[in-house]
Design a protein around this ligand. Structure first.
Ligand code: GLU
Length: 300
C-alpha cells in the first residue's frame, strides 16, 4: 500500500496492531473528503498490522437516510476500501447509549434541560454575550449554555419531568471536571501529548430532545466498545477530543491515540462538503474515473 509523504512522520508513533475506523454520517453521497478520511484510516491500520472498522453514524434521523448508508458501503467497496469485521450502525444501538447516560446520571453528572433554542439565545444575549456564531464566547460549538436548568429547584425539575416536558440531558461540566482525574491529555500522533481543556464546551448536550444521544456520547462509546486504539478523523474534529477524553475518563473507557488529518479543500480553499457540491464518488465514476484515479484525486 502506498503511503503518502505526509503520513510518514506518523508511522514511528503508530500503536502496534492499531485499530482505526472510518465513521461517516450518511447524510449524503460520499465525496473526495470521505475518500481521504477512509484511506487515511486504512493506511495507518495496515501499516500498524492492525484493523480498520467501518461505522455509520446515523443517529440523527432527520439528516441521515438509509439509502445514503447503502450507497456509502457500495461506493467504498468500489473504491477498494476493505474494512474489517461487521459494519456498526449506530441507530441500532440506542439501548447501549442509554445505559452509558444512566451511568453518568447515577453519579449526578447530568441534568435535564427544558430550554428551547430561542430561550437559550435570549439568555445569552441578556447576559451580554453573542447568541450567534460558532466559537464565539469561547465555546467550540458556539456560546456555552448559560446553565438555566442547572439552577432549577428539585421540585420544579420534578414537576416538569412529571408533565412530560421535552428535555435534553446536559453534562454538568463543573461537577464532571471535579469528578475526573486532573491533568487529562491526549496523544496526537506527530505532536506528542497535548493537554485537554474541556471546560469551554460548558454544559454540553449528551442526549438531545429529539434523539436520546449525541455525537459526543455515541462516538466515545463506540470507539471503546469496538476496541478502537487509534481514532482517525479530520482536523475539524480535533477540538472535540478535549471533551471525548473527559467522557472516557468519567466512564472508565480506555484511552485511544489520535491522528487528525488535514482536510481536502475545494478550489475556493474551503473544506469540501456536500453543501458546496463537492464531486461525489458516484459522479466521478460516471465521468469515467476508476478507483485508482479517485484515490489519486483524494491525495493517495
Ligand atoms: N461522523 C462524523 C463525520 O462524518 C465523524 C466522527 C468521528 O470521526 O469522530 O463527520
Amino acid at each position: 500500500m502506498v503511503v503518502p509523504d505526509g503520513l510518514r512522520p506518523l508511522l514511528p508513533e503508530l500503536p502496534a496492531g492499531a485499530v482505526t475506523r472510518f465513521a461517516p454520517s450518511p447524510t449524503g453521497l460520499l465525496h473526495l473528503g470521505h475518500v481521504h478520511a477512509a484511506l487515511f484510516a486504512e493506511t495507518l491500520a495496515r501499516q500498524a498490522g492492525g484493523r480498520v472498522l467501518l461505522r455509520l453514524e446515523d443517529i440523527d434521523r432527520s439528516r441521515c437516510r438509509p439509502e445514503f448508508a447503502a450507497a456509502a458501503e457500495a461506493d467504498l467497496a468500489w473504491l477498494g476500501f476493505r474494512w474489517d469485521g461487521p459494519v456498526r450502525v449506530q441507530s441500532r444501538h440506542m439501548p447501549e447509549y442509554r445505559a452509558a447516560l444512566a451511568r453518568l446520571e447515577a453519579r449526578g453528572l447530568l441534568y435535564p434541560c427544558f430550554c428551547t433554542r430561542a430561550e437559550i439565545q435570549r439568555e445569552i444575549a441578556a447576559a451580554g454575550g453573542a447568541p450567534q456564531g460558532q466559537g464565539q464566547d469561547g465555546g467550540p460549538e458556539g456560546p456555552a449554555y448559560p446553565g438555566t436548568c442547572r439552577r432549577l429547584s428539585a421540585a420544579a425539575r420534578a414537576a416538569r419531568l412529571a408533565a412530560g416536558t421535552p428535555h435534553a440531558l446536559r453534562l454538568d461540566m463543573a461537577t464532571a471536571l471535579a469528578a475526573a482525574p486532573r491533568g487529562l491529555s491526549f496523544h496526537e500522533l506527530g505532536e506528542g501529548r497535548l493537554p485537554c481543556d474541556p471546560a469551554p464546551f460548558g454544559d454540553v448536550v449528551l442526549a438531545r430532545k429529539d434523539i436520546p444521544a449525541s455525537y459526543h456520547l455515541c462516538v466515545t462509546h463506540d470507539d471503546a466498545r469496538q476496541g478502537v486504539t487509534l481514532v482517525t478523523r479530520g482536523r475539524d474534529l480535533k477540538p472535540a477530543t478535549h471533551l471525548h477524553r473527559l467522557l472516557q475518563a468519567l466512564l472508565g473507557w480506555p484511552e485511544p491515540a489520535y491522528a487528525h488529518h488535514g482536510l481536502i479543500l475545494g478550489a475556493d480553499g474551503r473544506r469540501l462538503a456536500k453543501r458546496d457540491k463537492a464531486p461525489t464518488l458516484q459522479a466521478l465514476r460516471a465521468a469515467g474515473h476508476g478507483p485508482d484515479a479517485v484515490r489519486r484525486l483524494a491525495g493517495w
